[in-house]
Design a protein around this ligand. Structure first.
Ligand code: HEC
Ligand code: HEC
Length: 211
């Protein structure tokens, strides 16, 4: 008993020593802003409110999620990118780890322009999936991970409120086809596999209107 306790303490203290060795660079949104205003602006807007639905809104997105996506888009040491996208792969190729942290801090701190659900006929279906999921089909409530108001949950769960429904729909279909496979523990691939096209449309439209 005493031995195991001692070992646990040893283990814990070596972990703490190790963790404090890591370089602590505080993200600097002002530096992120400079890159946003010169590069990202073309597709996402300088403040992350994008004009075209192919380019997701980034304003107010969960900071750690943004950073993870930027890392995932980058092909490293001969290995293909974890999230394969030709456009974003090119965008992140020249970014350092620090740039990515700064960009994530910049876009996360920007104010998102709210959107609206547009398809009245599917709001009920979308709302039910969002709030309760579908027990019979084994679909969990989106709200459980993405938050009741779709604001996301640091650090893992992205905000979906106000996002273009076309983008959300495309990502769900991409998870379903396992073309997008950077979700930890296959969380989204397992859910998307159980969603029909109509359900995907309904929940994507519903999420857009959340605030
Ligand atoms: C030429 C257009 C273009 C430019 C410029 C661009 N992006 Fe993107 N970005 C896209 C597209 C398209 C996607 C969606 C990719 C997909 O469908 O998976 C995307 C996706 C993203 C995502 C993932 C968002 C999410 O919700 O998962 C992040 C983060 C991102 N871009 C950040 C940036 C940053 C930071 C810059 C500037 C350094 C930048 N982008 C420049 C087109 C662009
Ligand atoms: C068990 C937790 C969990 C549940 C439940 C869940 N999600 Fe997710 N979702 C995640 C995680 C984690 C990610 C981030 C994956 C990554 O790191 O790229 C994600 C990402 C997404 C994305 C990509 C967002 C973007 O900006 O690219 C969409 C779209 C999405 N989820 C929709 C849904 C919908 C719709 C539901 C309900 C039917 C749902 N999720 C339920 C965990 C969950």
């Amino acid at each position: 008993m005493i031995r195991t306790t001692a070992m646990a303490i040893l283990f814990a203290s070596s972990f703490i020593a190790h963790a404090s060795d890591a370089p602590k660079v505080k993200a600097d949104p002002a530096k992120g802003k400079v890159i946003a205003e010169t590069v990202c602006i073309a597709c996402h807007g300088a403040d992350g409110n994008s004009a075209a639905s192919a380019n997701p809104h980034l304003a107010g997105q969960v900071e750690q999620y943004l950073y993870k996506q930027l890392k995932n888009f980058k092909a490293e040491e001969g290995k293909p990118a974890v999230r394969d996208n030709a456009i974003m792969g090119g965008m992140v190729a020249g970014l350092s780890d620090e740039d990515m942290k700064n960009l994530a801090a910049w876009f996360a701190s920007q104010k998102a322009v709210p959107a609206k659900a547009t398809d009245e006929s599917k709001i009920e279906m979308g709302q039910k999936l969002w709030r309760q999921g579908d027990f019979k089909k084994g679909i969990p409530a989106c709200a459980g991970c993405h938050g009741p108001s779709g604001a996301g949950l640091p650090a893992q769960y992205p905000k979906l409120a106000g996002q273009f429904p076309e983008y959300t729909e495309a990502q769900l279909k991409s998870f379903r086809l396992e073309e997008r496979s950077n979700d930890p523990e296959k969380m989204m691939r397992m859910i998307a596999a159980k969603l029909s096209d109509v359900e995907i449309k309904a929940v994507s439209d519903y999420a857009a209107g959340l605030r």
